[in-house]
Design a protein around this ligand. Structure first.
Ligand code: ATP
Ligand code: NMN
Length: 180
């Protein structure tokens, strides 16, 4: 029995993540999805709460014949202890999956095997692109699984990101709320 771990911010969960999960599903029996930056929401960079991202993942992952767990992971100021923090929140795992250089470095230094995947259609399958299209009122649905689009509709996610973007352009939110 092999259990994998895959962390991302999933703001929102898109078809690049979904293709990566499809590849991981060939390798493992179970998969833990770490919802990174779990405390962040209601900004243009991180519009959705951990709970909303859990809904997107849980409903999108139904199509895979694999047991999955979604675990929110809040950020820490100390990279050096981040892997222990992840391990304290997650079911035990045998291998981590990431294409993020910092994440790869931290897991490798902790002696955990890390596997990378190819980037799928990265010119459009990128969270930043999906969020920019939502703000601009352009097509974003084709970039995310239908189940994730349904969740975004249910929570009126596009209204939220458009409103937060307006606040940003007035200069009153600043910091992490700034556009990418
Ligand atoms: N199109 C893709 N193909 C394969 N892996 C991807 C793709 N997009 C993101 N990933 C990987 O999924 C993980 C989580 O990514 P993340 O949630 O930050 O999405 P992102 O699209 O890179 O987001 P953003 O643009 O919001 O920073 C990272 O390891 C990232 O490299
Ligand atoms: N010190 C920390 O809190 C720390 C370190 C490395 C990664 N992370 C998080 O892991 C996630 C990595 O996901 P991405 O690959 O989507 O960037 C992000 O949410 C990032 O904030 C946090």
């Amino acid at each position: 029995m092999t259990r994998g771990f895959y962390i991302g911010r999933f703001q929102p969960y898109h078809n690049g993540h979904h293709s990566m999960v499809a590849e991981i599903a060939e390798d493992v029996d179970e998969l833990v999805l770490g919802i990174g930056s779990a405390g962040d929401s209601h900004t243009t960079h991180d519009p959705f709460t951990a709970g909303e991202r859990i809904m997107m993942l849980t409903k999108s992952l139904r199509e895979f014949d694999m047991t999955t767990y979604a675990v929110p992971i809040e950020d820490l100021d100390r990279n050096s202890v981040w892997v222990s923090h992840v391990q304290s929140m997650s079911p035990a795992f045998d291998v981590a999956y990431s294409n993020n250089p910092l994440v790869i470095r931290l897991f490798s230094e902790a002696g955990i095997e890390v596997r990378q995947s190819p980037m799928f259609n990265r010119d459009v399958l990128e969270g930043t692109e999906v969020r920019d299209r939502m703000i601009a009122g352009e097509d974003w649905r084709s970039l995310v699984p239908d189940a994730a689009a349904d969740v975004i509709d249910e929570i009126e996610g596009v209204d939220r990101i458009q409103q937060v973007a307006e606040t940003d352009s007035n200069g009153s939110s600043g910091g992490k709320g700034d556009r990418d």
